[in-house]
Each structure stands twice: as C-alpha cells, then as structure tokens.
Write a protein that binds this ligand. Structure first.
Ligand code: URA
Length: 229
C-alpha cells in the first residue's frame, strides 16, 4: 500500500497532513526517511513517525444504533454525522455501509474494508434488509401481494425486486427488501397509499441490531458477524 494511505489509516492524520509530514522528513520506513507519498509499504516494513513506530491498521467493522437526526455522510455543514458518534482514531478512514435517511433509526454498519462494504451493498448480492415501519394508516390487504410482485416506483423503469411486508399491530409493519434504492421503503409504502411516520432498520443479512445497544451507541462486529456476509 502507498505510504500516505498506510499512515493515514494507521493514525489520526489526514492524507494532507501525511503529505506535509513526508515533506518534512518525519516519516521513515525501516529507519530510512521517505518523502514520496507513493512509496510502497510492504507487510513486514517498520514505519515510524517522529521516531515512534506505528502499528498497522487492521480492518475495522462496527454496528451502530443510529439515532434520528444524524446524517449518513462523512461531513456536513448542517447536521451531525454518524461518524461523530464514534470514538475511534482515524475516523476519516471509515466508510458507511449503505445509507439511512436522516430520520431513520436502527442498524448501521461501518467499516474501512471496502471489499466487505461492496459485498453488503452490491445489488448483485441481494443482501436482505429488514425494517420496522410505523404507518399513518392501516396497511391495505393487497400490499403483501404488491410487494411480492414488485412495484414500479415513480420515475423508475424497473419494478422493485420481490419484497415482503408483514402487518403488525398498532399500524406497524415489517418490510424486507433486497435492494437499496433511494428512500425505497418509504416509496414502496407510499405506492400502497400509506405514509411512513417512523422507520427503523432491524437487520442486514444475518446481522441483527444488538438489543443491548442504546441509540447512538456502537460495538465492533464479532468474527461470526463479519464472515456471515
Ligand atoms: N428506505 C427508506 O425509505 N429510508 C431508509 O432510510 C432506508 C430504506
């Protein structure tokens, strides 16, 4: 991996700050100062910053219980972002795995493993996502069949993939989809003449939101959870 990426993943420094440190001769590989940002770091190289050895970053995987009001973005001028909830070094190296709307709560996965992120979000993988929706109106009887058949959403050319919807008490329903179109659950429920008042993601593939996580808290994924995707 390039030295600038390697150091920025392993420390709190941004790529820009690493470039400055390289220019200033503060970064060494195997005791030799390195100035080129593209210098290749190999698995057994010893990298140091200001004379202190740096430990290589391992891939990180987290589940967060997203509260409403936090944006799924790395930075934003108007709202706090989900990354603000993480007390982790090198937060800028983390990626949000599939987005939730500002007002949606529940399971959000965060990683710095780009290939794993792709495995979860790639439409080809058809990874199932389950949501609990609170509705403005009782769900119509035909919704189950319409979701199963696929719904042609406004301004789209292809119907949605087969999905399930289960009616629950108190105007709630549980929806499982295997795509990630823009506002998909809200639009599908809108297409059956309803309106979502609250939306909460419960599950992605085999990973369920840990019931011990309160809103805004997070934990690392277990090895089993990571390899279940
Ligand atoms: N579908 C939506 O409409 N919103 C979300 O946040 C996630 C899925």
């Amino acid at each position: 991996m390039r030295i600038d990426r390697w150091v920025s993943q392993a420390t709190d420094l941004s790529r820009k700050q690493v470039h400055a440190a390289l220019k200033e001769g503060r970064i060494s590989v195997n005791n030799g100062a390195v100035t080129s940002p593209a210098f290749p770091v190999r698995a057994d190289d010893v990298v140091s910053l200001d004379g202190e050895n740096i430990k290589a970053a391992g891939a990180r995987y987290f589940m967060l219980h997203k509260p409403a009001g936090y944006l799924c973005a790395t930075t934003d001028a108007h709202h706090p972002t989900v990354l603000d909830l993480l007390d982790e070094p090198n937060r800028h190296g983390l990626q949000i795995v599939g987005r939730l709307d500002l007002d949606t709560t529940g399971l959000l996965l965060i990683t710095d493993d780009g290939r794993w992120n792709h495995r979860v979000t790639s439409p080809k993988r058809e990874c199932a996502k389950t949501y609990l929706a609170t509705l403005a109106e009782p769900l119509v009887d035909t919704a189950e069949e319409q979701f199963r058949q696929g719904i042609l959403l406004r301004n789209e050319t292809h119907p949605t993939r087969p999905a399930t919807v289960e009616t629950l008490p108190n105007n709630q329903c549980r929806v499982t989809i295997s795509e990630g179109r823009y506002h998909q659950v809200k639009r599908m429920l809108g297409a059956v003449n309803n309106r979502v008042i609250a939306l909460h993601r419960e599950r992605i593939g085999n990973i369920s939101l840990d019931p011990t996580l309160t809103e805004g808290s997070y934990r690392p994924l277990t090895t089993e959870e990571i390899s279940s995707i």
